[in-house]
Ligand binder design. Structure first.
Ligand SMILES: Nc1ncnc2c1ncn2[C@@H]1O[C@H](COP(=O)(O)OP(=O)(O)OP(=O)(O)O)[C@@H](O)[C@H]1O
Ligand SMILES: [Mg+2]
Length: 339
């Protein structure tokens, strides 16, 4: 069950709008700290938009999704990404479609049986020893044949982990060219450092829409009430020693979790287990406090949150604007240069 908490609803709406306006060759970046709910949100939007396979048409599929993983040698490999995307085009797992259990079991089973058939056929047909360029060529031909309009890549910060002789800019530009030639739109999901991926090229910057998924933050006074509302709705899901236990300690909970949704839920789950282990049915303030992270983990959590907040801040144009004004003021006034 997805909880429609305020920190989820706003960015989800923006993501939906960004994808509704399908712009071939463009990329939508979904950026937020780990555990804030990006993958959950993306799947929910994709299911809403393309959740009815019966309408796709035979052999067609509006979207594919894969994770950018790092192979054993720990560097990103463009060839492995191409292979993973090609697999999804020919033997899709459709993980994004099934997560959250939207289908009745018999429909899901029927679709999965069909997918298993695709997978065994693909296993026979798939190229064994293609070069990286050949793989990308096959993807380029398959995307339009499949009617695929969206390619979702999760954990895109892996694109930044490179050999000394390759640059993340190369990979992202290759993807941009692929998007342009095939008319797809990329959905790129990652934590804050992913913002370095589009900072490298102005060509890219113009083609990127960013949807930020912030945690609840004390930096934003307007987050206070939604955060309290979230604590109220979570209070109804746990047995608490006092009805207002969570509302009595909002700053502690924010400090202990960075305001990240799944950190809050996990903290409460740990406290619940702790009470359960001592045969108490209601968790107390002491249970919650005993389940805070150790100092080093908390520091790492806050370091990530702070770096996210820094990357989300709008760029500062004031200095350059002052410079422009000064230079233009020194130039001839408008209209003075007539013959
Ligand atoms: N709105 C929501 N309602 C219910 N559960 C949620 C919601 N958002 C997130 N969760 C749960 O919180 C956990 C983390 O969410 P999710 O995996 O979507 O985060 P993420 O931002 O993608 O994290 P990462 O960057 O680590 O991949 C998951 O177990 C998910 O089920
Ligand atoms: Mg995720």
């Amino acid at each position: 069950m997805r909880i429609q908490h305020p920190g989820y609803v706003g960015p989800r709406k923006r993501l939906r709008e960004a994808l509704d306006e399908h712009r071939p060759g463009h990329m939508v970046f979904l950026i937020g700290p780990s555990g804030v709910g990006k993958t959950t949100m993306r799947h929910s939007v994709m299911q809403e938009m393309f959740g009815k396979p019966a309408y796709w048409g035979r052999g067609r599929m509006p979207a594919i999704e894969t994770y950018v993983t790092l192979p054993k040698n720990a560097y990103f490999s463009s060839r492995e990404l191409a292979k993973a995307m090609l697999n999804e085009l020919h033997a899709p797992t459709l993980d994004w479609l099934f997560r959250g259990g939207n289908f009745d079991p018999s429909t899901e089973q029927a679709i999965k049986a069909e997918l298993a058939e695709c997978a065994s056929t693909w296993n026979v047909l798939r190229p064994r020893q293609a070069t990286e360029g050949e793989y990308w060529g096959m993807i380029q031909r398959s995307l339009p044949v499949r009617g695929c309009k969206y390619v979702s890549l999760d954990q895109v910060t892996a694109l930044l982990v490179n050999h000394r002789d390759t640059s993340p800019a190369d990979h992202i530009l290759n993807l941009m060219v692929l998007a342009e030639t095939t008319g797809v739109m990329f959905i790129m999901t990652g934590v804050q450092s992913a913002s370095r991926l589009w900072a490298v090229h102005s060509e890219l910057r113009r083609r990127v829409v960013t949807v930020w998924v912030p945690p609840y933050s004390e930096r934003r006074p307007q987050d206070r009430l939604p955060f309290l509302r979230l604590l109220t709705s979570l209070s109804a899901k746990y047995s608490l020693s006092r009805k207002n236990l969570l509302l009595g300690m909002p700053s502690d909970i924010l400090a202990a979790t960075g305001g990240v949704f799944s950190e809050i839920v996990q903290l409460l789950d740990r406290a619940k287990d702790r009470a359960g282990a001592e045969d108490r049915s209601h968790m107390s303030k002491r249970d919650i406090e005993a389940c805070y992270y150790a100092d080093a983990d908390l520091k790492a959590l806050w370091r990530d949150i702070d770096s996210f907040e820094e990357s989300m801040l709008a760029g500062d144009v004031s200095k350059r604007s002052a410079l422009i004004q000064a230079r233009w003021a020194a130039a001839a006034p408008v209209g003075a240069n007539t013959e």
